[in-house]
Design a protein around this ligand. Structure first.
Ligand code: SAM
Length: 295
């Protein structure tokens, strides 16, 4: 087996060889602990049938562990300076393709045609923290049939995604992700295993695709609109948030009142106390009672 890229000494050697300097603006904090990388691969349950997409391979620390375990790995890297580094560090691995592109602009379905055999599809990455949420949503909104995501992010964002109703961390991001995926924090990663060290604590979040969305809604777009509206003004009641987003006129008030009553939800509650089921019931009632307005 090849020598690990991710030991602190080998990482420093590679950085020196290529004259690489970190760009903070690209969220570049590289992992330098092979045990953690192995733990990520184990958490993701990757085997020789698994196809993996990685975001931000850096110098290939995680990519190498993925390549050893998976069928194939497709990795998106935005930084052109890293493309030649990766060609060097990943040269022993024939089952890796590095795509030089901003992952947010990538046509994921088209790029995934690289995989030459069907198998479980997993996203595994140490994400650039400045765009954690957009990347998560890019994958969830795409047509790509991702079975599982095992991703490192700021601990605070992982807490928000895996939060329970009634807690401070619970919000529209929780619902946007948990609608499709079951979310658990797998483990916490100390700052000390990165070069350079980030300012925040990190966590590995594990998301497993549900066979069906967590709740049944008649209009997904309106459901997500409602969940965003409910948390827009954090300290206000649900009623005030709804008036703020849906309108304060007579027709809107009557519509909202009737729908809340039908869904059995007290308008004086705050958005963060509503479960996914309650949001679904309210969204479905709003859809059913939608007023027909004259042009
Ligand atoms: N995987 C490596 C590791 O664990 O050591 C590096 C992880 S580092 C936190 C994030 C990586 O994402 C960097 O290599 C950075 O250049 C890359 N990156 C940042 N923004 C990106 C984007 N929009 N698309 C693709 N890669 C991006």
């Amino acid at each position: 087996m090849n020598k690990d890229i991710a030991t602190p000494s080998r990482t420093k050697e590679i950085l020196k060889k290529h004259g690489f300097s970190f760009k903070k603006s690209l969220g570049q904090n590289f992992l330098t602990e092979p045990n953690i990388l192995q733990k990520i691969v184990t958490t993701a349950g990757i085997d020789a049938q698994t196809n993996v997409i990685e975001v931000g391979p850096g110098i290939g620390a995680l990519t190498e562990h993925l390549a050893r375990a998976a069928h194939q790995v497709l990795a998106f890297e935005i930084d052109d300076r890293l493309i030649s580094v990766l060609a060097d560090t990943l040269s022993p691995y024939e089952n890796v393709k590095v795509v030089h592109q901003d992952v947010l602009k990538a046509n994921l379905v088209q790029e995934a045609e690289y995989f030459d055999q069907a198998g479980p599809l997993k996203v595994v990455a140490n994400l650039p923290y400045y765009i954690t949420t957009p990347i998560m949503m890019h994958f969830l909104d795409s047509e790509l049939p991702v079975d599982e995501m095992v991703v490192m992010m700021q601990r605070e964002v992982a807490d928000r995604i895996s939060a329970e109703p009634g807690t401070k961390a619970y919000g529209s991001l929780t619902i946007a992700v948990q609608y499709y995926m079951e979310a658990t924090t797998a483990f916490i990663v100390p700052k000390t295993v990165f070069i350079p060290q980030p300012n925040v604590d990190s966590a590995i979040l594990r998301l497993v695709r549900r066979e069906q969305p967590a709740v049944t809604v008649t209009n997904e777009k309106e459901f997500f609109r409602l969940t965003k509206a409910a948390f827009a003004l954090r300290r206000k009641t649900l009623w005030n948030n709804l008036l703020h987003s849906y309108g304060k006129d007579e027709i809107s008030r009557a519509w909202l009142e009737k729908s809340l009553e039908q869904a059995g939800i007290d308008p004086k509650r705050r958005g963060e106390t509503l479960s996914l089921e309650e949001f679904a019931n309210l969204s479905n009632a709003l859809e059913a009672n939608k007023p027909i307005r004259e042009e």
